[in-house]
Ligand binder design. Structure first.
Ligand code: AMP
Length: 114
């Protein structure tokens, strides 16, 4: 997608603050962090929302969560605790339409989220 900022990060056109990457997944620090650790894990391939994932993406979805686990360990929050979440579409507050898994930690999380 030509106008997708996360695609530009995935293909190297824009270089975010990368904390993890492999052939399918990229993880970088959120520009507007909501916790001491706030990382976004994205698939390199453009997928707009969670709704667009299909059965053939099962491995990719697993890779996103395995990357989140790697990030949490590297950030030193794995044992204390952290939150992973995906916002899907308007009511959930999705603002960038390239699927991304938020990884938040380093402070106590509240429930329910706002
Ligand atoms: P969401 O609201 O779930 O779509 O999350 C989008 C996230 O992307 C927000 O937390 C933004 O702060 C973050 N974001 C937007 N642009 C950038 C950017 N250029 N670099 C890093 N994070 C960004």
């Amino acid at each position: 997608m030509d106008d997708c900022i996360f695609c530009k990060m995935a293909n190297g056109e824009i270089r975010p603050d990368v904390v993890y990457e492999d052939d399918q997944v990229l993880a970088f620090r959120d520009l507007n962090p909501q916790a001491p650790t706030h990382v976004l894990v994205i698939p390199r391939r453009h997928i707009g929302t969670l709704n667009e994932l299909g059965p053939s993406d099962a491995e990719l979805v697993g890779r996103l969560f395995l990357a989140a686990r790697e990030v949490a360990q590297a950030e030193g929050i794995a044992e204390r605790g952290y939150r992973t979440l995906i916002n899907c579409n308007a009511e959930a507050g999705q603002s960038v339409f390239h699927v991304h898994l938020h990884v938040l930690g380093g402070r106590r999380m509240h429930w329910p989220p706002g």
